[in-house]
Every structure is written in structure tokens, then in C-alpha cells.
Design a binder for this molecule. Structure first.
Ligand code: C2E
Ligand code: CA
Ligand code: CA
Length: 686
């Protein structure tokens, strides 16, 4: 046997390389498991190369450190094969520890594979020397080397799996583990070397001619260290990037959260805002849907807020709102929502078991907000109005519920504030739309947007036209022509009807005197009066002056008042009727049959005409009992000496029945629609 020796510097370096390769392997193992998709594959491939190359070069440098008294060389092909044997199992090992779990069976199989790879690498690498006669191995030591390889692999895989970051001081553990693994790999190598005997006289088949062993070692070491260095550097840089990305992601998530909060809350009071409230109501609807659950939406608005804001300024106003928000939150339960919609509008969403529960909440709110509030050095006292809408009775969607609660609030305010009001279907009109319309209605007169259309009235028997009824139209610049039903109630509520009515009266009289001048001297004109106009102190004066202005005799003018208006305060009406009657103006009771007339009063009323409501004329021949009503009205009119007018005549059949029953005048689409004055004249001539 040749006596062999080792170059101790190279042995030391091989040890260092083994440890470094182990460290790299452990580091990359962690990287693979945290990466996803293509990046994970790249890390696996790169990691396997770095690790395999590291193990292999530890082995190769160890071989170069081995000194025999003869020249040695290495077969390039077998050397390459030994390198591949190092890389292949490394890939498998890294793949194993990157998985989410590492059961014992997989660990053992992986370790066995890795041991075979490392052992194979070692002994194939030895074969690359192509010694003749062949190297003589001592079986015991060979077996030991394989056991060491297996043990080292087992430990390495287990450690690598456990050290996939996530723990504190992982770097330190990794370094310790790398030292152990490096020692184990080297131990395997040098045990394997020790198992080999080189018989005296054996020669190397591939003598390394010309290339100095130490230079080759330096080359291999340099390449290996570079590869490991690059791998580690990449890993570290990537980790920095990753942790920065992770930090960014965290702060982004936080910013997002803050933004979402801001988007859903009112910045002044920190209460939920409209968006969140709408969401909560929708959720409540979903939860209540299909069950018997109910809830209430309470819309509230502070009564004196605007005055306080104006008197003390916005800062104080804001403080007041904050205190109101706190008080509201204090009276509702945790499960309920109180939101601020803006300004001094708040909404409370509360679960109820019966409608009366909403009143209890509303009273608690009214009470707590009635308490004096101290703001800096002012003590203010406010009150609140509350509108209540109930689910499901007052709406099935959040839009309807909010709109209806708002309508109820409007009502509560109108009823004198500091109280609450349940929604009722009659409040349904869209309050905001109405407010805008009212705004526009105010200027309509000055902008000359009103027109009068005239619907002809005919003598029922003779068939000739006796006069017209003036019907108001609003030519809205954007919305087009608006029917009186849509704006007269608004004009009445706002009192604008007085001015508008004066205009109607004036215009109707002007038009009639124009027609009289044209030869239609028998025509009369009827003008509708609303309750407010009728009860207005100026009414009689206005009528007198208007008639005078247009040089019209009073008998040509008829004033139509609905039955309800005429009967509401019958005694007061009587006085007005009398004065108008004394002027010589004719009076018609409109929509007769829809109200509750007292026959006694009706008898005393100095009226001239009864206008049968359109509703009775509508289904005149359809139902016998309606015919009876109309005949009764006509009979009544007769005994009271009143002329009977039927309006809404649409068919020839209706016309004939009415004529038979003894109506005096007829009016309706069949005979003539309401028309602008010019068109009416044209239709009469035709
Ligand atoms: P009203 O006094 O009962 O007027 C009759 C309404 O019936 C008119 O509607 C007319 O166009 C409509 N009409 C006439 N013939 C027929 C028919 O054959 N079939 C149908 N379906 N309808 C017919 P309009 O013009 O929309 O007026 C509605 C109401 O508005 C009036 O009811 C009246 O109460 C009020 N109004 C109209 N002009 C004035 C006004 O200048 N002042 C006041 N205070 N109220 C007015
Ligand atoms: Ca009328
Ligand atoms: Ca009528």
C-alpha cells in the first residue's frame, strides 16, 4: 500500500466549503418554501446547483488535498457524473424540505436518496482516478461512510425543514446547523477516503499532466465560493426586498383600512356616515327578510341648529353636533346604529318588536337632546324633530325607508317641532323634489310661465256652447307643461296660490272681455278657487277690481269652489258666498258628491250650480246604483233650484244618459278638451 497524506490547508478549505454550502442550502431551503410559482422553481434550481456544487467541490478539494507518492489525475467524464450525483439529490432534498409538511417517511426516503447521491458522488469521484489495479476498499469503513452520509442527510433535511425562517435568530441557528452539517459531510468524505487502500505499484489511468493540483484546487474553490456567494447575496437581497414589500404591504393595508374607515364615517363626530348607514339598513333588511323581524329608521334634525350656528359661529356649531352625537350614542343600544348624514341631520337605526318601540326610542332621543348643552361659555338649549319609518310597513328598500322617514320628519317639523311623527302614506311626496318645485314656483309668475287653457261648457239640450272653464297650466322651462294637480297643492301650502289665483282671475276676465269684443257676447268664464283664496280677506275686493278693470259684468263670471271647501266651515263660507252673490257673481259647487254636504247648509247657500264629480260620470252606465246617485244629485239640485253641470263626459252614451236625467250643462273631452284660447276659438269656428 502507498502511504497517503493530506495537504492540511486544502483539507481546512474543504471543510469551510462544506459548511458554506450547508449554510447556503439551509438559506435557500427557506427561500423556496416562501416563494410561489415560477420564483419557487428558480430558487429550487439555483439552490440545488449551489448546494450540489458546494458538496461536490468539498469532495473534490478533499481529493486534491489527498497526496500519494504517485502522479494523480481525474477522468473528466466521471468527475462530471460525480458532480451531477451531487446536484440531483440536492434538488430532491430541497424540494422535500420546501413542502408544507415533512412526514417521517418522506424524511427517511429523502435522507436515503441524499445519502446515495453523496455516497455515489464520492465513490464515482474516486473512480475518476482510474487506478490500476483498482482501489481496494475496506467494507467496514465504506459502510460507516454511507451511514454517516445517511445520518448527515437526515439531520440536514430535518434541520433545514425546521429552520425555514419564521423564528427568531434563525440566522444563528442556521450557522450552527451549517457547521454541523459541514462536519458531517466532511466526515463522510474522509471516512470514505480512509476506506480506500491504494496497492503499491498502482497507477493512475488519467495522470494530470501539466496542471498543478493546488492551482486546480484554487480554481474549483474560487468558482464554488463565487457561486455560493452569488447565491447567498441574491438570497439576502431578495429577502430585503421581500421584507420591504411585506412592510409596504402592511402599511398599505393599514392605509386602506384608515381610508375605508374615513369613507364610512363622519369626520366631525366619528359616527357612521350615509354610506355606512345605507349599508347597515340593507343588512338589516336582509336579516329581517323572510322573518317577522322589524326595525325602525328614525330621521332627526335639530330644531334650533341654524340659529345657533349663525349666532355663535361654526366652531360652536360643530361642538354642539359632537355633543349631540355623544348623547345620541348614549341612548341607543350597542346593536343599533346612529349615523350623521351631514349638517344637523342624524339617523338612528334600531330593532323593534312592535311599532310602539320606535316611539320609546324617539322619546328618549327627544328627552336627552332637550337637556341644556354647555359649549365653552354658552349654555344652549335645543330641541329635535324625529320622523319614523318602519320596516317592512313603510318601505322595503333602504332608499324608501330613508325617504319616508325624511317625509315623516318634515311632517313632525310642520306640526310644531320638538316631537316625533310616524310615516303615513299621505306624506309620500318627495320632499326634496317638492322643495325644488316650490323654489321654481316662486318665480314662475314673474317669468310669465303660467297659461290658461279653456274647456268649453255646453247646454245639454240645445247643444250650443255656453261658456268656458279656465284651467291653469304651468309651462316649466325644463319639465314642460305641468298639470295643476302637481303644483296647486304646493302653491296652497306656500300661500303662493293667492297671487297666482289673482293672476288667473285677471287673465280669465281679460280673455273673456276680448271674446265678448269679438262677438261671443253670451260666453261666461268659470274660475276655480282654492280654499286659501276662498278664505282670503282680499277675495271680494279683488273680484270687484278685476271685473272693473276688464269692464265685465259680474254675471259672466262663475267662481268654482269644491264641495269640501264650501262645507268645511259652512258658517264662514256662507258670509263669503253671500258677498259674492251680492256682487252678482255666479257660484258653482265643484266636485259635488265627493264631500259631506249638510243639506241644511246647502239649502241656505246662495250657489247657482252643482258640478257632479267626474267620478260619477265615469262609470255612469256601468253600474245601476251610480245612475241612481246621479239622478239623486240632479233631483236634489232641482229642489234647491240649482243648475246641474256634469263634467268629465267622455262618451256619447254618458252624454245621452245625462241629458235624459235632466242635466243642464255638459263638459268633457267628448265635447271639447281644455285648449289655449286661440285653439278654442278655432275649434268653435270649425
Ligand atoms: P276641476 O276643477 O275638477 O277641473 C276639471 C278637470 O277635469 C280638469 O283637469 C280637466 O282638464 C279635466 N277634465 C275635463 N274633462 C274631462 C274628461 O272628459 N275626462 C277626464 N278624464 N278629465 C277631464 P285639470 O285641468 O288637470 O285640473 C285639475 C284640477 O286643478 C281642477 O279640477 C281644479 O281643481 C284645479 N285647478 C285647475 N286650474 C285651477 C286654478 O286656476 N285655480 C285653482 N285654485 N285650481 C285650479
Ligand atoms: Ca272646476
Ligand atoms: Ca271638478
Amino acid at each position: 500500500m502507498y502511504s497517503s497524506s493530506y495537504n492540511s490547508a486544502l483539507v481546512f478549505i474543504s471543510l469551510v466549503v462544506a459548511m458554506l454550502a450547508s449554510y447556503t442550502a439551509l438559506d435557500l431551503a427557506g427561500r423556496i418554501s416562501s416563494a410561489r410559482g415560477r420564483a419557487a422553481h428558480m430558487w429550487l434550481a439555483g439552490g440545488a446547483c449551489a448546494m450540489g456544487l458546494g458538496i461536490w467541490s468539498m469532495h473534490f478539494v478533499g481529493m486534491l488535498a489527498f497526496e500519494l507518492p504517485i502522479e494523480l489525475g481525474y477522468d473528466p467524464f466521471l468527475t462530471f457524473v460525480s458532480l451531477m450525483l451531487a446536484i440531483g439529490p440536492s434538488a430532491i432534498a430541497l424540494w422535500l424540505v420546501a413542502a408544507d409538511t415533512l412526514p417521517w417517511r418522506r424524511l427517511l426516503a429523502g435522507a436515503a436518496l441524499l445519502a446515495i447521491g453523496i455516497g455515489g458522488m464520492h465513490y464515482v469521484g474516486m473512480e475518476a482516478m482510474r487506478m490500476t489495479p483498482a482501489i481496494h476498499y475496506r467494507p467496514g469503513l465504506v459502510a460507516l461512510s454511507v451511514v454517516i452520509a445517511f445520518g448527515a442527510s437526515l439531520a440536514a433535511l430535518w434541520i433545514a425543514f425546521r429552520l425555514r425562517r419564521t423564528m427568531d435568530r434563525v440566522q444563528l441557528y442556521r450557522a450552527g446547523a451549517a457547521v454541523l452539517m459541514g462536519l458531517a459531510i466532511s466526515g463522510m468524505h474522509y471516512t470514505g477516503m480512509a476506506s480506500a487502500d491504494f496497492p503499491l505499484g498502482s497507477v493512475c489511468g488519467v495522470i494530470l499532466t501539466g496542471i498543478d493540483t493546488e492551482w486546480l484546487a484554487v480554481l474549483v474553490i474560487t468558482i464554488t465560493l463565487s457561486v455560493l456567494g452569488i447565491a447567498l447575496l441574491t438570497s439576502v437581497l431578495d429577502m430585503r426586498l421581500e421584507s420591504r414589500t411585506a412592510r409596504l404591504a402592511v402599511s398599505l393595508a393599514k392605509a386602506n383600512e384608515a381610508l375605508t374607515y374615513q369613507a364610512m364615517h363622519d369626520s366631525l363626530t366619528d359616527l357612521p356616515n350615509r354610506a355606512l348607514l345605507q349599508d347597515r339598513i340593507s343588512q338589516a333588511i336582509q336579516a329581517a327578510h323572510g322573518s317577522t323581524a322589524q326595525f325602525a329608521v328614525l330621521f332627526l334634525d335639530l330644531d334650533g341648529f341654524k340659529a345657533i350656528n349663525d349666532a355663535y359661529g361654526h366652531v360652536v356649531g360643530d361642538k354642539l353636533l359632537v355633543q349631540v352625537a355623544q348623547r345620541l350614542s348614549s341612548v341607543i343600544s350597542d346593536k343599533d346604529t346612529v349615523a350623521r348624514l351631514g349638517g344637523d341631520e342624524f339617523v338612528v337605526l334600531t330593532a323593534v318588536t312592535e311599532p310602539a318601540d320606535a316611539a320609546t326610542v324617539a322619546e328618549a332621543i327627544l328627552d336627552v337632546l332637550r337637556e341644556p348643552i354647555s359649549l365653552d361659555d354658552h349654555i344652549v338649549q335645543i330641541s329635535t324633530s324625529v320622523g319614523i319609518a318602519l320596516y317592512p310597513d313603510n318601505g322595503l328598500t333602504q332608499e324608501t325607508l330613508l325617504a319616508n322617514a325624511d317625509a315623516a320628519l318634515y311632517h313632525a317639523k310642520a306640526c310644531g317641532r320638538d316631537n316625533y311623527c310616524y310615516f303615513e302614506a299621505s306624506m309620500n311626496a318627495n320632499v326634496h323634489e317638492q322643495l325644488q318645485l316650490l323654489q321654481e314656483l316662486r318665480g314662475a309668475l314673474a317669468r310669465r310661465e303660467f297659461r290658461l287653457h279653456y274647456q268649453p261648457k255646453f247646454d245639454a239640450r240645445a247643444g250650443h256652447m255656453t261658456g268656458v272653464e279656465a284651467l291653469l297650466r304651468w309651462e316649466h322651462p325644463q319639465k314642460g307643461r305641468i298639470a295643476p294637480d302637481q303644483f296647486i297643492p304646493l302653491a296652497e301650502k306656500s300661500g303662493l296660490i293667492v297671487q297666482i289665483g289673482e293672476w288667473v282671475l285677471d287673465e280669465a276676465c281679460r280673455q273673456l272681455s276680448e271674446w265678448h269684443a269679438m262677438g261671443h257676447t253670451s260666453w261666461t268664464v268659470a274660475v276655480n278657487l282654492s280654499a286659501i283664496q276662498f278664505n282670503h280677506v282680499r277675495l271680494v275686493d279683488t273680484v270687484v277690481q278685476t271685473l272693473k278693470r276688464h269692464n265685465l259684468e259680474a254675471r259672466f263670471l262663475t267662481l268654482e269652489v269644491t264641495e269640501t271647501v264650501a262645507m268645511t266651515d259652512a258658517a264662514a263660507s256662507m258670509v263669503i258666498f253671500k258677498r259674492l252673490h251680492d256682487l252678482g257673481v255666479r257660484i258653482a259647487i265643484d266636485d259635488f258628491g265627493t264631500g259631506y254636504s249638510s243639506l241644511l247648509y246647502l239649502k241656505q247657500l246662495p250657489a247657482h250650480e252643482l258640478k257632479i264629480d267626474r267620478g260619477f260620470v265615469d262609470d255612469l252606465q256601468a253600474r245601476g246604483d251610480d245612475n241612481a246617485i246621479v239622478s239623486a244629485i240632479i233631483a236634489l239640485g232641482r229642489t234647491l233650484n240649482l243648475k246641474i253641470v256634469a263634467e268629465g263626459v267622455e262618451t256619447v252614451a254618458q252624454q245621452q244618459v245625462l241629458k235624459q236625467l235632466g242635466c243642464d250643462s255638459l263638459q268633457g273631452y267628448l265635447l271639447g278638451r281644455p285648449l289655449p284660447p286661440h285653439d278654442l276659438l278655432a275649434s268653435v269656428k270649425a
